[in-house]
Design a binder for this molecule. Structure first.
Ligand code: ZN
Ligand code: ZN
Length: 276
């Protein structure tokens, strides 16, 4: 719902701590592929493919535009989606300007990697973007793509991780030694198998009180300890959790994330690369 939450007068919604101001969850990953793999295009024009600079976004919530302005986002190679709920997809239309730049540069729409469930909702909600019958000329230049067994951008592989969000099956993403698992209410055993050897885990924890489709802080801490990443950042946090007081009770290595948090990651620590 975002914090402050509309109509709420609780202490967290009135907090002056900037870390208690929370837009809807999303992450942006920027990286460079190893230099020896890059090459300059003969025309002298460098595209992201040739420079080896890449940028992938996970989810476009209703706050996407503000978040993109805050981090000066100018190019995107792809968007990966976790599921179809409003707080994860409603910023899709704000991809329009970046999609026009992307099309000028590459001749292609921005690929959006979605599950069958997310595709069905997006085609419905954004029918003016995706419908063949739409006559809307300034639609986003984006294309829905299947996740399949995973997604490769540059030389980095993104593996889908099956998760439960209440009754809904959703997608978490692992890339190298990092995983982003949001809106989780349960992690199937087979998915734990894909989470060995993590350095960094981003995991959702809504509040202390049980919720049918989100984990509590206590449950998230148990999963984080089982997965055993060097660092775990909790995200998708409701106004029930004040930043400072919640952090004080968390075990070391587990912390609440905040808007604008930037992490330097060693994606080559345990690389999962596609065979070439
Ligand atoms: Zn959700
Ligand atoms: Zn959500």
């Amino acid at each position: 719902m975002g914090v402050p939450t509309l109509g709420c007068d609780c202490p967290v919604c009135h907090s002056t701590d900037p870390r208690d101001r929370r837009l809807r969850p999303s992450i942006l990953l920027r990286w460079s592929d190893p230099a020896e793999r890059t090459a300059q295009h003969p025309s002298g024009v460098q595209t992201s493919e040739q420079t080896g600079e890449h940028c992938v976004l996970i989810d476009t919530g209703p706050d996407f535009r503000e978040q993109a302005l805050a981090c000066d986002l100018r190019t995107l190679d792809a968007v990966l989606y976790t599921h179809s709920h409003a707080d994860h997809i409603l910023g899709l239309d704000d991809l329009r300007p970046l999609s026009y730049l992307h099309q000028d540069r590459t001749g292609e729409p921005i690929p959006l990697f979605v599950s069958a469930e997310t595709r069905a909702v997006m085609e419905h909600v954004f029918s003016y973007t995706f419908s063949q019958a739409s006559t809307y000329s300034h639609r986003a230049r984006v294309a829905l793509r299947e996740i399949g067994t995973g997604v490769t951008v540059g030389h980095l592989r993104f593996q889908p991780i099956r998760l439960l969000h209440g009754a809904l099956e959703i997608v978490g993403w692992r890339f190298g030694p990092v995983a982003y698992l949001t809106d989780v209410s349960d992690i199937p055993e087979a998915s734990f198998e894909q989470l060995h050897g993590l350095d960094t885990l981003v995991l959702s924890a809504l509040r202390h009180k049980p919720h049918p489709s989100h984990a509590t802080v206590a449950q998230a801490v148990l999963w984080a300890q089982r997965i055993g990443a060097r660092q775990t950042w909790l995200t998708h946090i409701s106004h029930d959790l004040g930043h400072q007081q919640t952090n004080q009770m968390l075990p070391s290595g587990i912390e609440l994330a905040w808007d604008g948090l930037t992490l330097e990651l060693d994606l080559d620590a345990h690389p999962i690369r596609q065979a070439e």
